[in-house]
Design a protein around this ligand. Structure first.
Ligand SMILES: Cc1ncc(COP(=O)(O)O)c(C=O)c1O
Length: 421
């Protein structure tokens, strides 16, 4: 019989669920905390520009709603405010060819919760999830929590999706394939029409579900407005769950995202949402509805965002090219928040970070974004939250850090990822 006076071992008395063993604290969290430090130019955080937040409109709308309809502080519809779901269905319908039925659209606390609900509905421990190489770290964390087997396969960087096709032919049977087809986090890459058609065809042939995560699709910078964006994956296959977000074009504190799911899945996802939290804040949903249905509001907000972010992207790209020449390689992203770069001399980006912080600039080492086999010479530089002046200065700081690290003998990484010297 146990001695009741013995010291309690809280670790044993409060054992954690097995699934929590999969959770890893990401270096991004640590870098973001450091990046908050005064004087550091934060190229680590992928945050929207606060200058774009519609604070005055939110203040005006929320004040009026509270005066005129105090009942909006009541519990709301679990799947989300019906009028907002209708607006979303019509809004995303333009990209899908035909609007989804509003009852197939479920609002969630950001697209991050939408992804969590999808995993809860579809993944059993040990199920395989294909992720891009590299992939969004927040998604990797959710897949790990559901004890998925991660299968990293190059998607955006593989024009014919040959690696995925081969893996499927050789017997890989994923339950999900996760992709950010437009201006991905971290690479900024966009899937071509050929890649989209091929991926949709593979989903139909092999029976997996595609999770199409699209927080950045509206933020495209290289168009005069006359070129249509490539079709959404959800318009090419019935096996697609599409995630969207108000975080990047409105404001992330709304914590408002949504999923659009094929008919048989939508009711299950609705029940899971109910079990998770009974629903989003009806108050915030009503504010967002008022904003997005104001004539011209979304178009103006999106246009202002495109102009601001395009200027920031250009400023960072130009400054990096000036400072580094060919030493830092990157493709110009056509949208989104990030420049994904690689040191041609294979500098270890994780090793360089401490030097960079001393030189007052942060970024995220690219290794964070790989489910396995990281390319340690890569790094993600976010231009969304900094002024053009700060971005120009940041490139100088980064170059100074790189020069001093090289002079101090910072090891480069071997082609396979290990330390070369
Ligand atoms: C690819 C991707 N998906 C999802 C999210 C989460 O967005 P939300 O604020 O809607 O939860 C982010 C945020 O950075 C992201 O980059």
């Amino acid at each position: 019989m146990p001695d009741p006076t013995a010291t309690v071992d809280t670790g044993a008395a409060l054992p954690l669920a097995a699934r929590t063993a999969q959770l890893r604290s990401s270096a991004i969290g640590a870098v973001l905390r450091l990046a908050e430090a005064p004087g550091i130019i934060p190229l680590a955080a992928g945050s929207p520009a606060h200058e774009l937040f519609p604070a005055a409109a939110v203040e005006e709308v929320s004040g009026r709603l509270l005066r005129e309809q105090p009942g909006i502080l009541q519990y709301g519809d679990t799947a989300g405010l019906p009028e907002l779901r209708e607006w979303i269905a019509a809004h995303v319908g333009a990209r899908l060819g035909a609007p989804p039925r509003p009852e197939h659209t479920i609002l969630a606390h950001g697209s991050q919760q939408a992804l969590d609900l999808v995993c809860k509905a579809l993944l059993d421990p040990g199920d395989t999830v294909v992720v891009d190489r590299p992939s969004y770290v927040g998604a990797l964390q959710v897949f790990r929590l559901y004890e998925a087997e991660l299968a990293p396969v190059p998607l955006a960087s593989d024009p014919g999706l040959g690696a995925l096709t081969d893996a499927l032919e050789q017997g890989l049977r994923p339950r999900l394939v996760y992709t950010v087809p437009d201006f991905a986090n971290p690479t900024g890459a966009q899937l071509t029409l050929v890649q989209r058609r091929r991926l949709a065809g593979l989903a139909d042939r092999y029976g997996f579900v595609i999770v199409e995560d699209d927080p950045y699709g509206e933020l495209r910078y290289d168009t005069d407005g006359t070129t249509a964006p490539p079709p959404a994956l959800a318009s090419l296959s019935d096996r697609v769950i599409r995630l969207g977000s108000f975080s990047k074009v409105l404001f992330p504190a709304a914590r408002l995202g949504y999923l659009t799911a094929p008919a048989p899945l939508a009711p299950v996802l609705g029940l899971l949402k109910q079990a998770s939290d009974l629903g989003n804040s009806g108050f915030i949903e009503r504010i967002v509805l008022e904003l997005v249905t104001r004539p011209g509001f979304v178009d103006d907000q999106t246009a202002a965002a495109r102009t601001l972010y395009a200027a920031r992207r250009d400023a960072l790209a130009l400054a990096l090219r000036r400072q580094f020449g060919d030493t830092l390689q990157f493709d110009m992203p056509g949208g989104g928040f990030f420049i994904w770069a690689r040191f041609a001399d294979r500098t270890d980006a994780a090793g360089l970070l401490a030097h960079s912080l001393r030189h007052r600039v942060s970024y995220v080492p690219g290794a964070e974004f790989y489910a396995a086999g990281p390319d340690r010479a890569t790094l993600r530089l976010s231009f969304s939250g900094c002024s053009t002046g700060d971005l120009a200065r940041a490139a100088g700081h980064l170059h100074a850090a790189w020069s001093s690290a090289a002079a101090g003998g910072l090891a480069a990484v071997a082609p396979g990822g290990g330390a070369a010297r």
